[in-house]
Ligand binder design. Structure first.
Ligand code: IMP
Length: 438
């Protein structure tokens, strides 16, 4: 993945999230100097399995598992300071040293208790099926220019004025929802004053730090959260998260130039899942959906909610390849399909007499859409021991080749299990998207 021309790589989910980004970041971080999160917040749940243990990281970049790698949380993230330190303390308890290896952007906005109250009590959040982590309300405050940033923790008086403004706005919303709960300035200030002595020492101008690292030739992984179809602009709006999950968001969310990013790796499951509401054209009916959920253990890492499951949708992933400029694809959870006799790939949607082969912006176009499937033979063999393409059954190779053709992107990695070593590095990638950062 990293070479002399490709040193800054962005990793994005190319479906609706939960594609296995945590595992791929963990695998690729072996050769990285830095891993940086650029959007989202504690709504993410990146799972890394090491030996018998599994870790679910919500805000800390998945590179933290490698002792030599430094990690940063960029300005584009909305940071929940309370759960950040719970996560840090859990890692320390598990013997993972984060001292001197984790930095937080001074410009990142904070998710405060009142954001979580608004998120969990609003009917709009329920309709979307949000994670209830306060993500939407925190980004709303950011865009409305009433947010509280990490750097505000340095100035107690200014901080109090900002919190007062945020609480006032949140309470007006809570009143409009007709609920009795109210946010409170003093308890929010007490929380922030307790956490400030821990946050401020790890606060940095992350954009500058990463810019300098790139200039010095460091390998930098930018770790996206959620998936491209949950992007605020390019996803299935309004059933999306509130950030730019696609590769373009990485430059903004870290504070580096778009031209500093050399490659974009899209992570896709060998099938499709979605958690929360909104269109999922290839969603399987029961009992097949439940069977795939059971085989893939498809339950949310953050909320525990069952994920909706469907066949691989090549229309969705080709769209994600275009919007992100994907230079490679990593296909995960291939082993979950090991027992299926027949496997389907969606190549278009039929609506009346119209055939859609490009993902539409207007979700009304998906109402009653009939996915057009290409059926392929399953391999009905265990793939979890394969460590090279040659070790995969011929039918599995054929399935992957068809994905490459339909998505028009080369597959660079195939994951065949949860463990770090259950990975096939194919080594095929398109050429870097730009000529370099310096
Ligand atoms: P929010 O990000 O909590 O506002 O939720 C908005 C939508 O994004 C909901 O459908 C969530 O289920 C979905 N979502 C948010 N984070 C993730 C994730 O990490 N994986 C999968 N779906 C997510």
């Amino acid at each position: 993945m990293f070479d002399s021309r490709t040193r800054t790589v962005v990793i994005v989910g190319a479906q609706w999230g939960d594609e296995g980004k945590g595992k791929l970041v963990d695998v690729l971080a072996e050769r990285a100097d830095w891993v940086v999160r650029y959007q989202g917040g504690a709504n993410a749940g990146h799972t890394v399995h090491i030996g018998e243990k599994s870790f679910v990281l919500h805000q800390i970049p998945s590179g933290i598992m490698h002792p030599g790698v430094r990690c940063a949380i960029g300005n584009g993230v909305v940071l929940d300071p309370d759960t950040l330190f719970t996560e840090i303390d859990e890692l320390i308890a598990d013997g993972i040293d984060v001292q001197g290896r984790l930095y937080v952007s001074d410009r990142a906005h904070l998710v405060l208790p009142y954001h979580k109250m608004v998120d969990s009590l609003s009917s709009a959040s329920r309709e979307i099926g949000t994670t209830g982590r306060g993500i939407g309300p925190a980004y709303e405050d950011k865009i409305a220019r009433r947010g509280v940033r990490v750097l505000d923790l340095r100035h107690t008086d200014r901080l109090r004025a900002l919190v007062e403004r945020g609480v006032k706005h949140a309470n007006a919303l809570l009143a409009s929802f007709g609920v009795a709960e109210r946010a409170d300035v003093d308890s929010t200030m007490t929380l922030l004053q307790r956490l400030a002595p821990r946050i401020l020492p790890i606060t940095e101008d992350v954009g500058l730090v990463i810019h300098r690292a790139i200039k010095q030739g460091a390998n930098v992984l930018l770790e996206g959260a959620q998936g491209s179809l949950l992007d605020i602009d390019h996803g299935t709006y309004p059933f999306v998260t509130s950030s730019s999950t696609t590769s373009g968001g990485a430059a903004i969310g870290v504070g580096i130039a778009p031209t500093a990013i050399h490659a974009a790796l899209g992570i896709v499951k060998a099938y499709t899942t979605r958690v929360g509401n909104g269109p999922l054209p290839t969603e399987l009916e029961e009992p097949l959906g439940a069977e795939m959920r059971r085989l893939g253990n498809e339950f949310g890492a953050t909320t525990g909610r069952p994920r909706r499951c469907g066949w691989f949708d090549a229309v969705v992933v080709r769209y994600a390849a275009r919007v992100n400029g994907l230079t490679g694809l990593a296909v995960t959870k291939l082993d979950v399909l090991d027992t299926f006799e027949k496997i389907a790939l969606c190549t278009g949607y039929k609506v009346g007499d119209d055939l859609y082969t490009e993902f539409p912006g207007d979700l009304a176009a998906l109402d009653g859409a009939q996915p057009q499937y290409e059926w392929m033979d399953g391999w009905q063999q265990d793939t979890s021991h394969a460590r090279s393409l040659d070790e995969l059954p011929a039918a599995a190779r054929k399935y992957l080749e068809r994905i490459e053709e339909l998505v028009e992107t080369p597959i660079s990695h195939v994951s065949v299990g949860t463990r770090r070593d259950q990975i096939i590095s194919v080594g095929r990638e398109a050429s870097p998207v730009s000529s370099g950062a310096n």
